[in-house]
Design a binder for this molecule. Structure first.
Ligand SMILES: Cc1cc2nc3c(=O)[nH]c(=O)nc-3n(C[C@H](O)[C@H](O)[C@H](O)COP(=O)(O)OP(=O)(O)OC[C@H]3O[C@@H](n4cnc5c(N)ncnc54)[C@H](O)[C@@H]3O)c2cc1C
Length: 449
């Protein structure tokens, strides 16, 4: 095969794997929807090697799929049998922490948790944080513009990036490693690559913003009786709780399922809404805040974590990994205006229960960011039932003028539904940008658009 020979010549045999040398993890991301191993699996160690590999693939017009930590949930990193995979794991390491500027320069294959620990050792907080921190990579976080649990205080990944380096489909290296907060010198090219899910270039390096590491952290679980109370509590927390760093909502079905699966007993009574609220920074005051909210009647019960272990238990409930045991689980990450999130959840649940009696619908999420996750299991369903469920979920997103993906991205799984959230004109501009940067359409083809 000419392509294989050309890649081996450019990179050497060790980095170019085929057949049984390709690891099985290359088959699918965490959506578990991938079915094929790629034809060729490359593990470059340097930006130059990525550039060489892309130059070869581009000349052969062979599709390339970029694989980071494979924790994505949109099927974007799943290969087809004729694809060349570029695995980013060897391009890893924190290159520099600039303590004066509060920045970190990091290679794209670095595991998020490794970068977080390096920042912490230098006395800083790397604000990007999500449940998959132990496996996902910085490059994957940028490519998907990941959200996570600190968006309320630090924004999404995009808000924490100062500079970026990427390799285009033809091998050109675009080094936009800006380190300054202010830089208005023409188009902000890094923004094109952030959130483009590997369709416009392979991200190889990033300059990230660091924040002071918080001295105190306090976490509480609160039981509430109405969604109006949840929204009022959020408004009050934003107004008067200094250092509010997380505000996550769990609807009752999800909370009960997750607690039972983990073997935790939290409250004596059942509440329709449970909020996890966290305060980080120089000051403490969560207890006083919660007492005031109790007096106002916004919360009916609250527990403040008394140890790191208890705090870990609270977050374990919220992470809800036990849902993975449900048959044919479909996960959604929609965003809608905060005021309609509960109405939307009720509408979708009612529609699903009518068509699929006994369906499990868990709802939870980053309500302060207008973003909720729905986890739906209707038993062993076929592809047409899955399409029907997608339509029920996304049609109501369109009616409320929300977004079909708040954070996981479009990948392959949501591509056919992108039209629910983007206009034909917007899609046309996206296609034109893709055509300019990747005219032979070799990079992650069929993803996003
Ligand atoms: C338990 C769990 C919790 C999660 N929680 C959250 C959450 O709170 N918020 C959230 O936003 N997401 C969440 N996710 C989804 C996922 O972790 C994120 O999308 C993450 O950013 C993906 O990173 P990755 O390195 O695993 O990327 P991959 O899964 O390997 O790839 C994702 C996409 O990015 C592309 N890509 C990867 N690396 C590069 C690169 N260097 N250059 C160009 N393109 C690249 C891939 O081709 C693919 O299209 C969660 C997933 C799990 C399993």
């Amino acid at each position: 095969m000419k392509l294989l020979g050309a890649l081996q010549q450019a990179l050497g045999d060790q980095l170019v794997l085929t057949g049984e040398r390709i690891p099985t993890k290359a088959r699918s991301d965490s959506s578990h929807t991938g079915h094929h191993l790629p034809m060729i699996y490359i593990r470059p160690c340097s930006v130059e090697e990525i550039s060489k590999a892309l130059r070869v693939c581009n000349s052969y017009r062979n599709p390339v799929v970029v694989q980071g930590g494979m924790t994505g949930l949109a099927g974007g990193a799943n290969p087809d049998p004729n694809d060349v995979v570029i695995a980013m794991d060897l391009l890893s390491g924190v290159e520099e922490i600039d303590t004066a500027a509060g920045t970190m320069t990091v290679l794209a294959g670095t595991i998020l948790e490794v970068a977080q620990k390096a920042a912490e050792e230098a006395g800083f907080l790397l604000p990007i944080d999500l449940g998959a921190r132990g496996s996902c990579q910085i490059g994957g976080n940028l490519a998907t513009n990941a959200g996570g649990i600190r968006v309320i205080s630090h924004g999404v990944t995009r808000d924490n990036v100062l500079g970026l380096e990427a390799v285009l489909a033809d091998g050109t290296v675009i080094s936009s490693l800006n380190r300054m907060q202010k830089n208005n010198t023409g188009y902000d090219l890094k923004q094109l690559f952030i959130g483009s899910e590997g369709t416009l270039g392979v991200i190889t390096r990033a300059v990230l913003k660091l924040k002071p590491f918080p001295v105190h952290r306090a976490t509480a679980l609160c039981g509430l009786n109405s969604y109006e109370d949840v929204v009022a509590l959020l408004r009050q927390a934003r107004k008067s709780l200094t250092g509010l760093s997380a505000f996550e909502l769990m609807w009752e079905t999800f909370f009960r399922f997750s607690c039972q699966a983990e073997g935790f007993e939290i409250f004596e009574a059942d509440y329709p809404f449970i909020v996890i609220i966290e305060q980080s920074g120089e000051t403490v005051g969560l207890e006083e805040f919660l007492s005031a909210m109790f007096e106002e009647g916004l919360i009916s019960d609250a527990l403040i974590a008394q140890s790191e272990k208890e705090r870990g238990r609270f977050w374990k409930i919220r992470e809800g990994l036990s849902l993975g045991a449900l048959p044919r689980l479909i996960e959604y990450d929609v965003s809608l205006p905060i005021g309609v999130l509960d109405l939307y959840a009720k509408e979708v649940t009612a529609a699903l229960e009518t068509e699929y009696p006994g369906v499990h619908v868990s709802v939870f999420g980053h309500v302060a960011d207008s973003n909720i996750h729905l986890c739906i299991s209707a038993g062993p369903i076929d592809a047409s039932a899955e399409h029907r469920i997608n339509t029920i979920v996304y049609e109501r997103v369109r009616q409320h003028r929300g977004s079909i993906s708040a954070e996981h991205g479009i990948g392959t799984l949501k591509r056919d539904y992108l039209i629910y959230s983007r206009s034909p004109e917007e899609l046309e501009v996206m296609r034109r940008i893709k055509q300019v940067l990747d005219p032979r359409c070799i990079l992650n083809p069929g993803r996003v658009i």
